[in-house]
Ligand binder design. Sequence first.
Ligand code: 13P
Ligand code: SF4
Length: 305
Amino acid sequence: MQDRTSIINEINQLKKEKNAVILAHNYQRKEIQDIADFLGDSLGLSQEAVNQDADVIVFCGVDFMAESAAILSPEKTVLLPEKEAECPMAAMVDVDSLRQKKKEHPNAAVVCYVNTSAAVKAECDICCTSSNAVNIINSLKENDIIFVPDKNLAKYVSLNSTKNIIPWEGYCPTHHQILVGDILLMKEEHPNAEIIAHPECKEDVLDISDKVLSTTGMTNYAKSTNSKEMIIATETGILYRLKKENPDKIFYSGSEYAVCPNMKMTTLEGVLDSLKNMKHVISVPEEIRIKAMKSLERMLEVGRT
Ligand code: 13P
Ligand code: SF4
């Protein structure tokens, strides 16, 4: 078996030869976070891919993220090291059922969370992320909004908007492992800790949280807050980054069970294999790509106004 240092050396060598960059989501294994050129959230990484003067993007994350990068950077080769790294929440909505829902609500706008396939994005009016969902909804002229696929994010948005949100029944199985009872017990043990939750958490967890933030929102907030202790209600992988960037602060995981198996599929060996053998190339059929890009661009436009 090849040792870790020689794997990393080989990865770095191949990166130079192929003019590649490695992007990693905040939930990735720590050894993947350590070799990444950029760490970030679902959409931020795809935007980073656009800015890079690279021929190859190795996307250490899950399927829909690599697809977003391929939608926004069609001239680059986007690789997903693990073919099976799929987001179960994104798989909870498909084109046919969404078309049916649109027929039932012909006057509604359709908003999709970035955690959706390119084909579903192509069926929507506009995308959103966990950090801009409320702004996106409020920017729309329609009052009725079909929101896919996360029912928890939909609920959070509906509480922060006057719009009529028609939720989809999707959810993130990992964030559903985070239980309000466990967080309350932790708060009893650490009364000075702030509770920071991702909006994919269940409503009762969000209700008792001090802040509801995307993963990038969490990394920014952790640096700026005066709090010295935080209970982090999201996938546990982010704790590594939070601790590394804030050695003077203490972070508690909201649940040791909040581990996304799909995010953890990517290994150093997998990244090496991906670069060596140029796999797995993620591409989106042009007709779908153009439509999906409109949904993403409309979102980015709202962000600029
Ligand atoms: P963000 O990193 O965009 O907050 O999303 C979290 C997530 O669940 C990605 O799968
Ligand atoms: Fe999908 Fe949840 Fe895993 Fe993110 S943490 S990839 S939303 S299953």
